[in-house]
Write a protein that binds this ligand. Structure first.
Ligand SMILES: [Zn+2]
Length: 539
């Protein structure tokens, strides 16, 4: 491959240091040399970056694109474009306790899991051959990848494979079975384990159980990322629980999409939660967090239903919701608060819950509308009835966007020296995804650095490259250093920006001059030149 020389760029190293003016020589897939006025042989391909900034390729350590590589057609597939236009060169799947593997040997349980995960991963029926992490990686190896990809293993999937959706405590034997599945995945290169305590059936788990099950993560020096039990009234307790799990398991712990939900908690609870994290950090525990730069969240409509209502079976619950008495029981439960579970119907109000994905034609017309609007159009008695109707007709798989956060709180999290930027992009079947899928990374540059000055550029870049690489221990990526892989972005900070918003979310970012993935020019002036230069990463 012809050598490439990026000249006269303002280089941000991804470690938070002030920028410096210089040249970067790319040989094959690596950064061969960094310096001022590097010698030219005359043979190199020259990229004049005068007036532009050069950064490491961005690392999105929390994206739910698990199955997308398998659907990817050849050249020009939008799945790759969505990431490459943002300068994302590495992504990590298997988050929030949710992964395609392991798969239960029991066909009913496997089918239930697929239904249950569809609002996050999209339909995964076609991938019954992916029964464990090894099979996932094998299939990934056969794909043309637009960016580098690593995978976590989801504890929710592990639990479902071992004991279905049951709410019973783990037996010794089940703990051992979970631990073996996890250890096998880590041995083969999984990036770590994600837990999703907000979701069924993990909401039945205790810190003590997880402390036992997650022991291999400490042993292999990997990370646990946690979608914690509650992000509203129970935020502080939930953060304490995650920290405790990390301590019991003896591993690094990252709080995923750290936020404070619920109007009455805004501008208050986040400071108490941060105090918990900083106490643990001062005691030597490795606890960090990540965030996406938006004030709306995205979740399953099912997470609006109290876990106690479900009694451990999705199909039984849906059957019950078809009846008047079932709806009445849900209605009365939604008027209560429960310890350890956030009732958004109370803490935010139904008007802040917007339907964002549905499969059935009659429901798709309601996408973009709030629950009270839908209840009104359908002539339902109230919001509970509308939610029940949606859940029943969608087999529990509808998704929602929730206006749950306060911008001041997000800014506080953004400024924490140990917070990484993520997208948390969800891949449900919808033409109305959360805009973070298309714009999270450039939004940081445009809004948080250039417009509002919440972050300084070196720090913003670090949160999108060097810091996630360090958290995950991804070797030789995330920084501009000699010997590192040439995953690089070149752009003008005035022009690089997100264009997606809540009303028109499916809009790719613009203003990316050049993006290199493993030394291969993949984007030039917003045109995708190569969407196959990513690699499968084993950690
Ligand atoms: Zn999550």
């Amino acid at each position: 491959m012809r050598e490439k020389l990026i000249v006269n760029g303002t280089i941000y190293d991804g470690e938070g240091n002030p920028p410096f003016l210089g040249d970067i020589r790319i040989c094959d897939d690596k950064i061969a040399e960094i310096g001022v006025c590097l010698k030219r042989s005359g043979e190199e391909e020259i990229f004049d970056a005068a007036g532009l900034i050069v950064t490491p390729g961005f690392i999105d350590m929390h994206r739910h694109c698990d199955k997308k590589p398998f659907e990817k057609e050849a050249f020009g597939d939008p799945y790759g474009e969505v990431m490459l236009h943002q300068g994302i060169t590495t992504t990590v799947t298997g988050n929030c306790g949710i992964s395609m593997y392991p798969l239960s040997a029991d066909e009913d349980t496997a089918a239930q899991m697929r239904d249950y995960y569809a609002p996050v991963l999209g339909g995964i029926e076609a991938y019954g051959d992916i029964t464990d992490y090894a099979a996932y990686i094998k299939r990934l190896s056969a794909c043309r990848l637009p960016v580098n990809m690593a995978g976590m293993i989801g504890m929710g999937a592990v639990r479902i494979a071992v004991k279905g959706f049951s709410d019973t405590p783990f037996t010794e034997k089940e703990i051992l079975a979970c631990r073996n599945i996890i250890e096998d995945a880590l041995k083969r290169g999984a990036a770590g384990v994600s837990i999703g305590l907000m979701y069924l059936p993990e909401c039945y788990e205790t810190a003590e159980e997880l402390g036992e099950i997650l022991k291999p993560v400490g042993k292999y020096g990997r990370i646990v990322t946690a979608h914690i039990r509650g992000e509203g009234d129970s935020l502080v307790k939930s953060v304490e629980e995650a920290i405790r799990i990390g301590k019991l398991a003896g591993c690094r712990m990252q709080i995923s999409h750290f936020k404070s939900c619920g109007i009455k908690n805004w501008k208050k609870e986040i400071f108490r939660a941060i105090a918990c994290i900083e106490r643990a950090r001062s005691e030597g525990q490795q606890v960090t967090c990540d965030f996406y730069p938006y004030d709306c969240g995205s979740t399953t409509l099912l997470s609006m239903v109290p876990p106690v209502f479900m009694r451990g079976s999705l199909s039984e619950m849906l059957k019950e919701l078809k009846t008047e008495s079932g709806i009445e029981r849900l209605r009365s439960m939604l008027k209560q608060t429960f310890g350890g579970w956030d009732n958004y119907a109370i803490s935010l109000g139904w008007d802040k819950v917007i339907l964002s994905s549905a499969c059935k034609v009659q429901n798709q017309k309601m996408i973009g509308k709030s629950i009270p609007q839908i209840a009104g159009e359908w002539g339902c008695a109230d919001e509970t009835e509308a939610v029940a109707r949606l859940l029943v007709s969608e087999h529990g798989t509808a998704a929602a966007i929730i206006r749950s956060m306060d911008q001041d709180d997000i800014d506080v999290i953004a400024r924490l020296p140990y917070s990484c930027v993520i997208s948390d992009a969800i891949y449900a079947q919808t033409d109305r995804p959360h805009p973070r899928m298309y714009g999270a990374f450039p939004k940081i540059i445009r809004e948080y650095v250039m417009e509002r000055g919440v972050l300084e550029m070196p720090d913003a870049i670090r949160k999108m490259s060097g810091l996630p690489a360090e958290r995950l221990k991804i070797a030789l990526r995330g920084k501009v250093r000699e010997g590192y892989y040439a995953d690089l972005n070149v752009f003008s900070p005035e022009n690089f920006r997100d264009t997606a918003d809540y009303l028109a979310p499916a809009q790719t970012a613009v203003g990316l001059g050049w993006c290199f993935v493993n030394g291969i020019l993949s984007v030039k002036d917003d045109v995708i030149l190569n969407s196959g230069s990513g690699r499968r990463l084993l950690l």
